[in-house]
Each structure stands twice: as structure tokens, then as C-alpha cells.
Write a new protein. Structure first.
Length: 306
């Protein structure tokens, strides 16, 4: 084991020596790779911030039933029994919301009291909210839509809408974004491998004479290849760290803009950097991409030298 560690220490030292000889080229390649990695890293950070918020949102289907504005209160209250028959065996909580209560709720919202005071009479109708059990399949979701359609045909009902539909749309949108981010990450990952491949190729060409002399004195292929592997891994690791740092810095001006927007909705939502464990995983992926690029280059070009 000591010999194995000594060989890897020597290979790492050799890689660092060659990097110090041409730091400008190495830093330029790190910058190029970091730019390619920053986009998927930023997308992953955004999804990681949005995911907890979407998971906290209720996906229990709620049907809001709005009655006609001129419907007498007695008839409005009597509609509860008809709604119970339509719901049938489904577990549902039917809540009647008088128009006065709805108006008071709106007045309690920031910035709406002054607007509502200019309207004069209460413009809101009586309404019902039907809270159903969460659906776990597409067929159950269709059942909820069918219930809403039957409620629309009740006498005195102006409209009925499924309030949880937007939550399903948000979940579907996040799924599409994850797929797009995955395809983007794969594409840019290939670009990173290509950049590292070209960087190591140039280094191999520069050390061609040194490699030939090393072979003449008995150096094995593994001994010759190992410093190039470390160079590729170091390039990917440094680029990944630079990309994560750039994303973290970009969150500051974004949070300033988001704070103004979130304040309008009485929210304190802010974007935060990834946790240490996901960051470590992304750094490992970055180093792995560099290692793959170096491996492909070494296997091709050193084989030609042989």
C-alpha cells in the first residue's frame, strides 16, 4: 500500500509541476469548463429551492362552487344536500362560505381594504368549498373533474372549478424542467469532456519526448498515464468549484429582486445555495468528467505514440 500511495503522490506532484509551467492555459481551460458547468449547476440550485415549496403545497382536490349573486340565502344553504348526493361515497368536507365572510377575508389582505371600500355593495357571491380526499391516479383525478361538471349544472350555481389543478400543472412543469435540465447536463457534460480531451492532447504532444525517454528507461504505461489522469481530474474539480462559486454569487442580486416580488405576496422566499453534500457530489461529478476526458485522450494518443 505504501508503494501504491507513493506512486499516486508522485503522479499528483508531476501533474502540479506541469500545470505550474503553463498556468495561463490551465486557468483558461478551467474558465471554459466552469462556464459550461454553471448552467446546469444553476438549474439544479433553482429546482432544489422550488422543490420543498412544491412539496408543502396541498394536492388534495378542492372544488370551489360559486353561486349566482341573486340566489336567496335559503336556497344557497339548501344546495348542500344536493352536493352531498353528487359527491356520493367519496369522503368530502362541504364548507359554506357566506358572501359577507368572503368579503371580510379579502379586507384582511394587505392592500385590498381600500380597493374594496370603493366598490360599495358586496360584489362577491355565496360559495361552497368541497374538500375531497387526495387522488393518487389519473382515473381519480377524472372523477373529481366529473363531480365538478355535475356541480356546474345545479340550479343556482354560476361556476365550479377544481382549485388543485394548478398544483398538478406545477408538478408537471417541474417534471419537464428536470428532464430539460438532465438533457442540458448531458450535452454540456459531453462538451466538458471534449475540452478536457483537447487540453490533455496538447499536453501529451508537449511531453512527447519526455514520454519516449521514460519508456526507454522502463516506465510502464500506467506510470506514464497517471499524471494525465490527475491533470484532467484537477481541471474538472477546479472548474466545478468555480462554477459553484459563480452560482452562489449570482444568488445575491437575484434574492434582492425576488425579495421585492415575494413581499407583495407576504412571503419571505429566498434562493439559497446547495447543501454541502450535494455540492460535494457536483464536485465529484466535475472531477469525474475531467477524468473521463483525460482517460479517453490518453488511451487514444499514447497508443499512437506506442
Amino acid at each position: 500500500m505504501r508503494g501504491w500511495f507513493r506512486q499516486h503522490r508522485f503522479a499528483l506532484g508531476s501533474a502540479l509541476i506541469h500545470l505550474r509551467k503553463s498556468p495561463g492555459g490551465f486557468l483558461l481551460n478551467v474558465l471554459v469548463v466552469a462556464i459550461a458547468l454553471s448552467l446546469p449547476f444553476a438549474g439544479l440550485t433553482m429546482l432544489d429551492n422550488v422543490r420543498p415549496m412544491s412539496e408543502q403545497m396541498s394536492v388534495d382536490p378542492e372544488i370551489s362552487v360559486f353561486l349566482k349573486i341573486d340566489l336567496p340565502r335559503e336556497q344557497a344553504v339548501a344546495l348542500a344536500s344536493a352536493m352531498r348526493k353528487i359527491v356520493g361515497e367519496q369522503k368530502a368536507k362541504i364548507v359554506f362560505i357566506p358572501r359577507e365572510q368572503a368579503l371580510d377575508s379579502l379586507k384582511n389582505k394587505n392592500g385590498l381594504a381600500d380597493v374594496l371600500s370603493t366598490l360599495g355593495d358586496n360584489p362577491l357571491p355565496d360559495s361552497y368549498v368541497l374538500k375531497l380526499d387526495a387522488f393518487s391516479s389519473a382515473s381519480e383525478a377524472q372523477d373529481v373533474d366529473a363531480v365538478a361538471e355535475q356541480l356546474r349544472h345545479l340550479p343556482g350555481v354560476e361556476s365550479a372549478q377544481v382549485d388543485s389543478a394548478w398544483v398538478k400543472r406545477l408538478a408537471a412543469l417541474l417534471g419537464v424542467l428536470r428532464l430539460v435540465l438532465l438533457l442540458l447536463a448531458i450535452t454540456l457534460g459531453v462538451a466538458v469532456i471534449a475540452v478536457v480531451f483537447n487540453t490533455i492532447r496538447l499536453q501529451v504532444m508537449q511531453q512527447r519526448d519526455e514520454i519516449s525517454i521514460s519508456k526507454l528507461i522502463g516506465a510502464t504505461d500506467t506510470f506514464i498515464h497517471r499524471p494525465f489522469y490527475y491533470t484532467g481530474a484537477l481541471l474538472g474539480l477546479c472548474a466545478g468549484a468555480l462554477a459553484l462559486g459563480a452560482v452562489a454569487l449570482a444568488l445575491q442580486p437575484l434574492n434582492t429582486a425576488i425579495a421585492e416580488f415575494a413581499r407583495l405576496y407576504a412571503s419571505e422566499f429566498q434562493l439559497v445555495p446547495l447543501a454541502p453534500l450535494p455540492m460535494a457530489g457536483l464536485l465529484a461529478v466535475s472531477a469525474g468528467l475531467g477524468l473521463i476526458g483525460a482517460f479517453l485522450c490518453v488511451q487514444r494518443h499514447l497508443a499512437r505514440l506506442n
